[in-house]
Design a binder for this molecule. Sequence first.
Ligand code: NAG
Ligand code: NAG
Length: 307
Amino acid sequence: MKSLCGTALLLLLCAAACAQQTSCICEKNKRVSNCRMEGNICWCNSLGSDLSVNCSTLTSKCLLMKAEMTSSKSGRREKPKDAFEDTDGLYDPECENTGVFKAKQCNGTTCWCVNTAGVRRTDKHDSDLKCNQLVRTIWIIIEMKHAERDTPLNAESLKKFFKETLTNRYMLDGRYISSVLYEKPYITIDLKQNSSERSSGGVDIADVAYYFEKEVKGDSIFLGNPLNVSIDNEKVQFEKTVVYYVDEIAPEFSMKSLTPGLIAVIVIIVIAIVAGIVVLVLTRRRKGKYVKAEVKEMNEMHRGLNA
Ligand SMILES: *[C@@H]1O[C@H](CO)[C@@H](O)[C@H](O)[C@H]1NC(C)=O
Ligand SMILES: *[C@@H]1O[C@H](CO)[C@@H](O)[C@H](O)[C@H]1NC(C)=O
């Protein structure tokens, strides 16, 4: 009888211990389910996909975006058909089994190609668009603007804080932080990592930048323990954070989506050329040798611009 009790007790203890061992907490990703210990590692299912994620490292940006889309869709009231929100670059991405983005992403019948950061790098096309390869983002520039203040922050403390945060909190090897620049009120962080550096293991700068951007914007992916930006014991708030991506191969945007800066340069060059032609025409006219050809040239140019 006594031994039976003992066995029962043992079984009970074991059940408790085993249960404790199988479930675990994913500190680096709050959007997971079905967490369990395997070996010394906590694995969980990423929301919105069948893939398991290793909680001892960062989850890939593609899976994070997918999980966020899933949790923002479920369990909430349907919005009116015409209601819209600023999606802040968020879409429901297609991920490979390794968690990385598929090179081609679609929304209904509209498709585009993305880089390893999941950012669109071509114009939008219809669904027969081909994206031959997933182009690597080798350089990420994070530009943050801190709230108005009279005295500048201490640049050395600030650099130390961001370098330590990126290496300790997001496990990025320090050699991929190519600079942290402070020009009050802007802080610019450059992360650089090429394909061969990436394949030697560790986290991807695109995933680090995503975790970091989310936290700076007050939307931490970590389970509890949000990032507290405190420099020389003073909490620092950010007003605006913009992230730029530089790919191994230049993006393929057509004229329509050129950046305003580039358009301005092109416009200035075109104005200069037109002015040159006008001067030419005027000088020739003064000589009494007005040539119609130049006018035709100008018209052609206008047509070229409007096309
Ligand atoms: C995807 O398509 C839907 C419906 O056409 C549209 O409302 C939404 O803004 C699109 N999302 C993106 C990221 O283009
Ligand atoms: C990647 O970067 C490392 C270190 O900067 C450099 O030695 C290597 O040649 C680079 N590889 C490629 C493919 O650019």
